[in-house]
Design a protein around this ligand. Structure first.
Ligand code: SF4
Length: 299
């Protein structure tokens, strides 16, 4: 907050830009407050990041996606499963849980939506059969946070398990996946989000956390990776590099630079799935996907 009696000499900032701190020697730099999806948006396409986090008012998004509705419904049903007392965690409750959390947006019609519901219920039934109903995770949709010299990171992990390790209990980051494609160990190893969750969980709970797992519900497979302290540090370093790039781009815009140059568009196949395709001149040339395209024809 500016103190009274000190007129501002800075040029007006664009609405929505993060407030810049006045810099002087010895003053710590502003931390970049971020989530995995904020970092991921910039890595995927700096222009998409700008539409989501810089431009205000934000440009209108396209219609909701059925696959997001499906994913959200399944995630919330699993969260509510763990909220039940142990004795009520029975497969029979899953239909009620899923109905209670079902998100209807994005489907082509009722028939497609009903088929997706039946499919999701089947995934959940098969998945909970693999869980020990008497074991509670240490966190479900749990926010973990950590600060470094560059980042103030926070994120919501789907699940954090505590499992026995050679030197005592260790934490495991579990991320549920409901997409069409199967996943392998390379996906778990390469996921910056999972690595950052592990790094933050270790510091939040003060217990070792090196293992990350992707649980793909449609196939019932688990893709896992054991991080080392060094591999977690590498992922953190990459996240900090991204954060520095974003802060430099935001500073350039705040100083009157061209936002299109500071946040370049990187068009590609993903534009068909981008919420801002109608706003983005580069993306408008690429045919858009139907909101239900990712759930169509799945058995
Ligand atoms: S449409 Fe493509 S180029 Fe444009 S913001 Fe979205 S992902 Fe980036």
């Amino acid at each position: 907050m500016r103190r009274p009696g000190r007129p501002s000499t800075s040029p007006p900032r664009p609405r929505g830009a993060e407030p810049e701190q006045l810099g002087f020697e010895g003053m710590p730099e502003r931390l970049f407050v971020c989530t995995p999806s904020k970092l991921g948006a910039y890595v995927d396409c700096p222009r998409r990041y700008r539409y989501s986090y810089v431009d205000r008012p934000a440009p209108p998004k396209g219609p909701p996606w059925a696959h997001n509705s499906l994913g959200a419904s399944v995630h919330t049903a699993l969260k509510n499963w763990y909220a039940l007392p142990v004795e009520r965690r029975r497969p029979e409750v899953l239909a009620t849980l899923l109905k209670g959390t079902w998100v209807r947006d994005g489907y082509r019609d009722d028939e497609q939506e009903r088929a997706a519901y039946r499919r999701a219920l089947g995934w959940l039934e098969a998945y909970v059969a693999t869980l020990d109903p008497d074991t509670d995770p240490i966190g479900v949709e749990r926010v973990v946070a950590v600060k470094t010299g560059v980042l103030a990171f926070n994120g919501r992990a789907d699940r954090i398990d505590s499992r026995p390790g050679p030197a005592g209990p260790e934490l495991v980051i579990v991320d549920y996946k409901t997409g069409r494609a199967g996943l392998d160990a390379d996906d778990a190893r390469g996921s910056q989000a999972l690595a950052l969750y592990a790094y933050a969980a270790e510091r939040t709970f003060r217990r070792p956390c090196h293992r990350v797992e992707l649980h793909h519900l449609p196939t019932g497979t688990v893709a896992a990776h054991e991080h080392t302290t060094e591999s977690l540090a590498r992922q953190l370093g990459r996240a900090e590099e991204t954060a520095r790039d974003i802060m430099a781009a935001e500073r350039a815009v705040a100083d009157g630079g061209d936002p299109d140059q500071a946040f370049p568009a990187t068009p590609g196949p993903r534009c068909g799935w981008c919420d801002y395709r109608r706003t983005c001149p580069a993306g408008a040339e690429i045919p858009g996907k139907d909101p239900w395209a990712a759930v169509e024809g799945r058995t």
